[in-house]
Design a protein around this ligand. Structure first.
Ligand SMILES: *Cc1c(COP(=O)(O)O)cnc(C)c1O
Length: 246
């Protein structure tokens, strides 16, 4: 009990500090504060429960096995799960059971797999007497490394934006939300996010409602807010340093 109370106070203070940074950055940029997605990967579901008590609704995970287990354990909570990690096509079926969105859609084969998986999930739900799920929100992930010559692992190339966006727009069960990126190491994040915002323009040319921009992590949230991010994915500054992967 004592230890849980200490963890709750720790998370409360860290969360408040992050929310304050977001509000300050939004005000400085003259923008609406983006949505905060708290990235809970590697941390136990007890932490997610504390965060839910503190008003967190959106959580991000990057590994299907871990995310599926947490979502099942916490299904009494009204949480929105965002899948933000590299996704193998054979995991699509599992991910659509709990995820509201996938931020890492980076290739046509994954678009097809997610479309098929949502269709199968709707059938499963109907068969089990459950209501239908919402369309899966898809963020197209791009690599912002100017030297990258091939996409597909951890982000498509900017030149692939139009075709990927059209692929999502044409797939039943998927909704094109917008774009996502991780700022590359060794480049100023502001310049990287400017590139992402230009890619976002070409995605919106395909679907004007695809206005979401998922950018900004613990180390670059201010730059992301300034550039016009609509969704921030913050892990360590809310939860503390990640435990070593076992
Ligand atoms: C882990 C992760 C984050 C959160 O990173 P922090 O630096 O801990 O805030 C955000 N986005 C992706 C894709 C991640 O894998």
């Amino acid at each position: 009990m004592q230890r849980d109370g200490a963890r709750a106070r720790d998370l409360e203070a860290r969360l408040a500090a992050v929310r304050k940074r977001i509000a300050t950055a939004a005000e400085a940029a003259g923008r609406t504060a983006p949505e905060l997605i708290v990235v809970t990967k590697y941390f136990p579901s007890s932490d997610v429960r504390i965060l839910a008590d503190l008003g967190v609704r959106d959580v991000g995970e990057n590994r299907d096995q871990e995310a599926a287990a947490k979502a099942a354990e916490l299904d009494d909570l009204a949480l929105t799960w965002h899948f933000i990690g590299q996704l193998q096509t054979n995991k699509a079926k599992s991910v659509v059971r709990y995820a509201h969105s996938v931020h890492s859609v980076d290739r046509a084969t994954l678009v097809a797999a997610l479309g098929k998986a949502v269709a199968a999930e709707q059938e499963r739900r109907a068969g089990a007497g459950l209501g239908a799920r919402d369309d899966l929100e898809c963020f197209l992930q791009f690599t912002l490394d100017a030297a990258a010559t091939s996409g597909g692992r951890g982000g498509a190339l900017p030149g692939e934006a139009g075709a990927l966006a059209e692929g999502v727009a044409a797939t039943a069960g998927l909704r094109l939300a917008g774009v996502m990126a991780v700022a590359p190491i060794g480049t100023p994040p502001a310049a990287a996010f400017e590139r992402l915002l230009r890619i976002a323009d070409s995605v919106r040319a395909v679907d004007p409602s695809a206005t979401a921009v998922s950018a900004g992590m613990s180390g670059d949230l201010e730059e992301a807010v300034a550039a016009g991010a609509t969704h921030l994915r913050i892990g360590s500054d809310v939860l503390g340093p990640r435990p070593a992967v076992g």
